[in-house]
Design a protein around this ligand. Sequence first.
Ligand code: ADP
Ligand code: ZN
Length: 604
Amino acid sequence: MIDFGEPLEVLHRVFGHAGFRGLQEEVVRHLVNGGSGLVLMPTGGGKSLCFQVPALCRPGLGVVVSPLIALMEDQVAALRQQDVPAAALHSELAPDEARAVWRSLDAGQLKLLYVSPERLTSEGTLARLDEMRIALFAIDEAHCVSQWGHHFRPEYRALPVLAERFPRVPRLALTATADQRTVLDIQRQLGLEQSPLFRASFDRPNIHIAASPREQERAQLRRFIKGASDGTGAGLIYCGTRRKAEQTADWLRQDGQDSLVFHAGLDPAEKREAHRRFARGDAVVMAATIAFGMGIDRPDVRYVAHTDLPRSPESWYQEIGRAGRDGLPAQALLLYGAGDIALARHRIGESAAPEEQKRVERQRLEAMVAIAEAAACRRQILLHCFGEAAQEPCGNCDICKTPPRLFDGTVAAQKLLSAVLRTGRRFGLGHVVDVLQGKMTPKITQFGHDQLPTFGVGRDLSETAWRGVARQLVAQGALDVAIDNHGELLPTDAARPILKGEQQVMLREELVLPGAMGRGALRGRPAEEGNTDPCFLALRDWRRRTALAQGVPAYVIFQDRTLAEIAALRPMDQSALSTVPGVGTTKLERYGAAVLEITRSCAG
Ligand code: ADP
Ligand code: ZN
């Protein structure tokens, strides 16, 4: 067994990392000295090390509460790769497996125990833990204790017992949800009011973000995936409904992708299988509802797309944050339509929730719309939602890369609004555009709409352009779309000053002007070639075989980033190899010879 010691040494030796990132060092030091606290870090920020390192530095057992079995299993597999004695205890273990875990616990052979909340808080488990020396409790995905959030887990409700029963054992709660209310809830329930809150920056600069109106969803997704995947990493496509997730997965499969589906309607075995395949597949793409979230531990998710408008910047950020945890470039694309915006507004309006909650939800939604229709750096707007002021535009979003041009679209807006009013607010966009473009359709003849003064006044713009105008008017709140009926357009009070010429409407040019459409979808990122270095490919192939033989995800052997650095360095001996970040002592012992054989043959 490894002889554990000082935090920095443990970080080098066990995890093979050169140094702590951001707040990690502060949190680790605090825990090692016996303190408790709450860590707020974006997904991929490096939360695991905040409790893994102190658990190894302190005497006794580190107990990690985790809500998802697949996640526990993968973390345990990764720790064992580093020779850390770790195990998981949950309801899906066979009785003899659980007994074996208990035996090693009783023998004092484990340093980290991952346990489901219901197992941990059962009297039997608590009584046995009373007898042991506990290094710390880590409560992962701590927002699950809060009923305020969307991820409440009833099993988390029993966790306050930890503070009562083990008052002297440090407790570290961790979450990527920055919402103030949730934070207060976690602190209250887990008895952390007097303990420090470690709040990391939520910026994830390696994720390129882009948003685009949904024009031809599948073509847009196809281009996005092609540009974003590098042949190994995984991808996620979030869909608004179960049905759409199913359809998208089917279509992706027909399109030649290794695709999976996940939503809350699957039975537990199907869910586990989807998780397992997602964790292990190369270049796998998952079409899912937001039910697929926790437990995505893969560091090499290369892209996340949304085919429907997320309900808040918080949800969106959490979802896209699943990309690029390894720090390598990753891509996020949001596709949205005017219908989404209107539908979401209606849902809030009609929900039975208390007024206060509706108000909060409305604010979140409007913030999301502002990001989607942004005319300035999207990341600045996004970080602002998390209370962070970014001074400079980020340089890594579609807007920064190709700033949109604005033009005075007041006249176009007036034409559209007036066509809506003159047709009697009874028609959807299709018919209104036909009127504007002066088309003699049967419906136009039937209603005599060719007699209207607005008939044919919009021939200067294409149909797509008119859709762009309509969407931006919806986004700006001047136009509403009737959801329960047939999508009739309804001008709001905000339309009046526009019609009277008292208010100017600025529109984004490429979303409206003829000929400029379509290039908005995926600008800014030339399809990047994957790493084609033969040494890297040989290493990757070796890793795939090794992972397969051990039945673990490829990244627990070595992450892509580590393989890329090994390939670039082409080390000739163990000491050179050991300088590569991600190559700790244990991995050097286990895999050093095999890796060196490959790098040596590449040099020859
Ligand atoms: P989180 O749980 O916050 O989403 P993880 O703990 O899974 O994030 O860490 C994300 C990725 O960052 C992992 O691939 C991990 O190996 C890497 N990582 C974390 N801390 C460091 C560090 N100090 N140096 C290098 N890589 C790190
Ligand atoms: Zn930007």
